[in-house]
Design a protein around this ligand. Structure first.
Ligand SMILES: [Fe+2]
Ligand SMILES: [Fe+2]
Length: 280
């Protein structure tokens, strides 16, 4: 990614401008470099929050021609005990990380005019930066295994979740960090363990790094979700349940990683009654 840094990235007008340009970019190297560069400059306090020169935010993020996007059910199950199975798992993970880059940037760009402290944007730009790092780590690992992102179809469910919460920051935080990213905390440890059992220690290490960072992402989500609820004098757990019922299709899947979730500020009172086996 370094050759593009500094010289050939498009001009960034502000934090919102940089985030928007990264979302628009269909070149994934440019997208990730822009996300990381914007994060660095924002954290160094070299960017304003918004500028009249910021490009308009698109409805959908820029993406390359491949992978083909298909309905979630059309993406098959995979065994990690074969190389194609591991590659398919890494491909699905790369796709999740890429969506996560756009989702974090979208929170920043779309809600840049919300009356929230600047530290709100610090948190989400750290998330965007780490998601771009994750995408790069997974993609590098795929390339080391002779594959690449784009080789197989991927599903389009994650962006759908974002789109349905585009007008409500509290709902967006309920769905993106507190459902989708928290799900990562539930499934990653066992995936990491299985990867280690197959002897693919490099992929297991990538999963370990992602897992450690994702705890922080859920924690940023929970912190600001609670902040917005407190400001509105609403009960966070009850508000979460209400927003999930309206904005998220389907039940949450147990088992939950209660310890990691609680450490991030997401206590069982939020999600227990939303599982498929409960009438809650
Ligand atoms: Fe990630
Ligand atoms: Fe994340």
């Amino acid at each position: 990614m370094t050759p593009r840094e500094g010289g050939t990235l498009p001009q960034i007008s502000s934090l919102r401008g940089g985030a928007t340009l990264a979302i628009i970019s269909a070149d994934l190297d440019v997208k990730c470099a822009l996300a990381r560069d914007t994060a660095r400059r924002w954290h160094e306090r070299r960017l304003s929050l918004r500028s009249p020169l910021d490009p308009p935010l698109p409805d959908r993020p820029g993406r390359p021609a491949k992978p083909e996007l298909v309905p979630p059910k059309a993406v098959g199950k995979r065994s990690l005990h074969t190389l194609p199975g591991r590659v398919a798992m890494l491909h699905a993970l790369a796709h999740i990380e890429l969506n996560a880059v756009d989702l974090a940037l979208d929170i920043v760009a779309r809600f840049a005019a919300e009356p929230v402290p600047h530290s709100f944007f610090d948190g989400w730009m750290r998330v965007a930066d780490e998601e771009a790092k994750h995408f790069g780590l997974v993609r590098d690992r795929m390339r080391a295994l002779g594959a690449d992102y784009g080789d197989m179809p991927a599903h389009d469910g994650l962006w759908q979740a974002a789109h349905s919460t585009r007008n409500d920051l509290t709902a967006r935080l309920a769905v993106v960090p507190l459902i989708l990213e928290a799900r990562g905390l539930d499934v990653t440890p066992s995936l990491q363990e299985k990867m280690r059992e197959t002897g693919d220690l490099e992929s297991a290490e990538v999963l370990r790094i992602i897992y450690e960072d994702e705890k922080g992402h859920v924690s940023v989500g929970a912190k600001w979700f609670r902040f917005l609820c407190a400001r509105e004098k609403k009960d966070p757990a009850a508000t979460f349940k209400e927003l999930v019922r309206v904005n998220f299709r389907g039940a949450l899947k147990a088992p939950f990683n209660d310890v990691a979730r609680a450490e991030a500020g997401l206590t069982p009172s939020f999600y227990r009654s939303l599982t498929s086996t409960s009438n809650g």
